[in-house]
Design a protein around this ligand. Sequence first.
Ligand code: NOJ
Ligand code: CA
Length: 874
Amino acid sequence: MTNDESPATNDQPPAPDADPLWYKDAVIYQAHVKSFFDSNNDGIGDFPGLTQKLDYLQGLGVTCIWLLPFFPSPLKDDGYDIADYTTVHPSYGTVDDFKAFVDTAHQRGLRVLIELVVNHTSDQHPWFQRARQAPPGSPERNFYVWSDTDTKFPETRIIFTDTEKSNWAFDPVAKQYYWHRFFSHQPDLNHNNPAVVEAVIDVMKFWLGLGVDALRLDAVPYLCVRHGTNNENLPETHAVLRRIRRELDAAFSNRMLLAEANQWPADVRDYFGDGDECHMAFHFPLMPRMFMAVRQEDRHAITEILNQTPDIPESCQWALFLRNHDELTLEMVTDEERDYMYQAYAADPQMRVNVGIRRRLAPLVENSRRRIELLNMLLFSMPGTPIIYYGDELGMGDNIYLGDRNGVRTPMQWSGDRNGGFSRADTARLFAPPVVDPVYGYQAVNVEALERSPFSLLNWMKRLIALRRQHRVFGRGTLEFVSCSNRKVLAYLRRDADETVLVLANLSRTLQPAEVDLSSYSGLTPVEMLGQTEFPRLTGDRPAFFTLGPYAVHWFSLTTQPAQLAQTLASPDQQARPAVAEDLPALLLGVNWESVFDSAARRMLERHALVPFLARQRWFASKARRLDAARFSDWLVLRGGASPAFLTTVTATFREGLPDTYLLPLALVSGEPAARAIADTPAAVLARIAGARKGLIVDGALDDDVCMRLLEMCDAESALPSKYGTLRGVRAAGIVLPAERKWVRSGFEQGDTVASLSDRYALKLFRRIEPGPNPDFEIGQALTREKFPRTPTLAGAVQYEGPGGAEPATLAVIQTSVSNQGSGWAFTINELQRYYERVAARISRRDSEMMDATEETVRANVYQGIKRLRELIA
Ligand code: NOJ
Ligand code: CA
């Protein structure tokens, strides 16, 4: 037996995961060796088969594999009836096969969780055979719990109510009754006997020594017994667990114990101890309540149980699941709730077993993709570590006619081939028939088919898993319910030091409004996490309003500085409204505003207004560097009079690196235009004007007259002197002004600002000034000359000759408008996003039949255009 931790043993996954609390961030996948993949075609899944399929699990993105018992066993409880603790059932392979599996899993960064079933053994285990032969009171006999009558411990409930009438069974050899909490062929070990605990610890060390990362402690509440109790959760049992944990900590690091205690939260809490018993425990009562809440279209069942869930030690974690290899247990619900669940989810009595429902996830929700996604998104965002039951990521079905719980343990469905690709054995030889019904059968529901379709449940699950893994807050953050008057909506926050995530779930089958009080998060922007879409910034003055489609769940990261990857509905100005408007600096000016740049007022603007103004502009491209100062490096009057406008250049200096210069037209406005600017576009306001007349200094790109003057300048090819240089209009194709003149600005800016005139012309301002002609100008000019039809025609441009004789820079171009559905930037980002999703799902474009005709046509057109472009430019 090995229990040393020498680095030479290959029992540690790669270094990045060497965190002792790895299980908090894990995504666990529960599989059955028997059901996963049959490598030698004898009809039974095996370790070499499972090892071959690790590729699949790695691609799915899970981080830990939990295996059902794979030890020698008569298999009357599918392996939970163990006949030999320290080897492998011959049908599944050898200990060497197991080691090869563990090593391969570790090489791929996957942890391995196996079963430590020590509450009971099979009656075939040598310990039991020895015990029944040995005299009463002997050390061998005392490995199990015996009695001369079957009336002892009357307070103890029966768990397998369908098959067992008593927790005692008579053994004719021992001539005594033995104690069993489960099947009568599964005698309970006597954990009141220290020798049993010793023996069990040896078993634990054996498997941990082979590199196993974690152990699920089966049926852990029932280890010890005592007169006058119900024999569940006894202090003696907790003492045994503390002993097991001490032995584990003394000999191994980064391992984990997971308690299977089907109990109420307050009782399960004790299995964490003071962080000195189990690291994890299943949250049994939550599971049926998730199903109940969806059926009742009411969040109460979930909020109630989570509110009653006690805090657990820092190092501990809940294990969350929707389905597993057992029945959907209804032990942890009230009688009324149980009746409801049976009627809602198991109308056919054949679907019931013991105190529960023997069905898989997809059939439970009538194969509703929306409800499957809803439940999974809740599972993946509630406090704890999620567990996926094999096949549920495909939407596999069950076979309620297979007896006991075998209906949910059928062969994994890999392809549409014979036996679902699970085995090449004759179908009759399989350990169980694969699911073949028309809805859930392997012909339709299989890995190969679902991997090919980008919108399949499987590929959606991959995206969900990947997203969850990117955000530690799900595994580690706190939970807080958010108030929302609509009970069909469940709203909560997950929070840690780095991130706040808002989860909104519509538990009903119809569209729902959700008004949620997020006033304490005012100023933050919700960004939907799957699509990176920004929503309107949260304000303190009113609740946030969301519309949730049927069964919709959304995760929003509440961020201070959105990454601006996707199109936003809210304009940047709208988002910044409250904070900016209050903090605007005020400038005292006389009656004449035309001289503002030739006075001390310029310095005031530089000192108090420019830096924060630049920082809030989308087009300000240098956000990654620390902005030190900004000054007006040149200016000219574009419009005189009571509301003058200027064209300025602003030079920004940074802590590190070279300065940058930006184009900033400015307009000084009062009255109605000023009121509109502060209400609609406060982020584009540079300062307030106080003094003799009140007004605002605003970004001139929002001033229609400023845009019109630039247009006219090009057409007239006029030149305007600035303080230190010259501004020059350049005419290309020329401009024919429309009769009706209406300027519209695009809400989504990157480096440039675009204003369109009556769908005829687009004025594009290049904010960052760089010497030399802008490619839009240079290439546009050449192509316009050639009358190239596939790009917008260049009508004109504005060039700037700065001080010091540098090459003239292009400040703006005017092009003919091309009707469109969005910007090239948004299009590219969306396309890239879809591309990465396909990569993540490993769908090759050729395999996928998803490439639709429109996309093909667009592409062919683009290719042709590029070809012609090359010829022209060459
Ligand atoms: C709990 C397991 O999950 C179940 O499958 C098994 O039948 C019982 N323990 C008894 O071993
Ligand atoms: Ca096999």
